[in-house]
Design a protein around this ligand. Structure first.
Ligand code: SAH
Length: 250
């Protein structure tokens, strides 16, 4: 018996890994994060799978179901949105499973910031512009350490993928403006890879208004950075004058 902490991907049920799908198909229990995981993923469950929506459950209740599965000796598919390691609250589950000697494994998933980049047809690391991606959020009920506040991060001018913050877009834009400039492009990607995906392209000066007018106040990725301007150098990787171990100069 094992608990599998599985990344469901960002929404499109085809964006789960082959491994994640196979485990869901063969698990006796499926506990999914109903607030964000696409319910179509549940079609991979067998008819006999016991299904729980963790949105209305406490950690204790979730662990109790896992203990029950251990007694019955059947696997549990614990399905998280995107990749479980990003704002997934999985460490506490694993700590509780350790205490109970319940075996577990993490199966990665496609994070929503990657689905947002795909939706935008955007490379996040453009030569001569930015070679760093910062995954972050503005503080909400969960605090953000002082050294990681948006204002501090903005000094890097790296590509920012801001989770869990679209409700605070006005505050986010205000904090970023001094370092990135009011005309720095911003993309808001609502429900990347879902059928009702929506994209707003704006700049730091206007993004708050555009987002509010677009009616977007949840399930969105904020992408900020000069990469969005696509004013970049071509990479060395495919440059015909550049030799590397896989290709001699042509
Ligand atoms: N583990 C998840 C993130 C969970 S936190 C992952 O790797 O994607 C929830 C936040 O993720 C949301 O507030 C939103 O900012 C972002 N998010 C989740 N799914 C999304 C999607 N399909 N499109 C855009 N943003 C999404």
């Amino acid at each position: 018996m094992k608990v599998y902490l599985i990344g469901a991907g960002p929404g499109d049920p085809e964006l789960i890994t082959v491994k994640g799908k196979r485990i869901i198909e063969s698990s006796g229990y499926c506990i999914y994060a109903g607030s964000l995981v696409n319910k179509d993923i549940l079609n991979y469950c067998s008819d006999s799978t016991k299904i729980y929506d963790s949105a209305s459950m406490t950690l204790d209740e979730i662990i109790k179901v896992m203990e029950e599965a251990k007694v019955k000796d059947v696997d549990v598919a614990r399905v998280h949105t995107g990749d479980p390691s990003i704002y997934g609250a999985i460490q506490e589950q694993m700590a509780e499973l350790d205490k109970r000697n319940i075996d577990y494994e993490v199966v990665p998933g496609v994070s929503s910031f990657l689905a947002a980049a795909s939706a935008l047809k955007q490379e996040l690391t453009l030569p001569g512009v930015s070679q760093t991606i910062i995954i972050t959020r503005i503080e909400g009920r969960t605090p953000v350490p002082e050294t990681e506040k948006l204002e501090a991060l903005s000094k890097t001018k790296a590509t920012l993928c801001i989770f869990l913050s679209v409700k605070e877009i006005k505050r986010v834009a205000g904090i970023l403006k001094p370092a990135y400039g009011a005309d720095c492009k911003v993309a808001i990607v609502y429900k990347a890879s879902w059928k009702d995906e929506k994209i707003i392209i704006s700049d730091l000066a206007n993004v708050a208004e555009a987002t509010i007018q677009g009616g977007i106040n949840k399930t969105a990725m904020i992408v900020v950075g000069d990469v969005l301007s696509r004013n970049f150098e071509y990479s060395k990787l495919y440059d015909k004058h550049f030799k590397h171990s896989y290709r001699e100069e042509s």
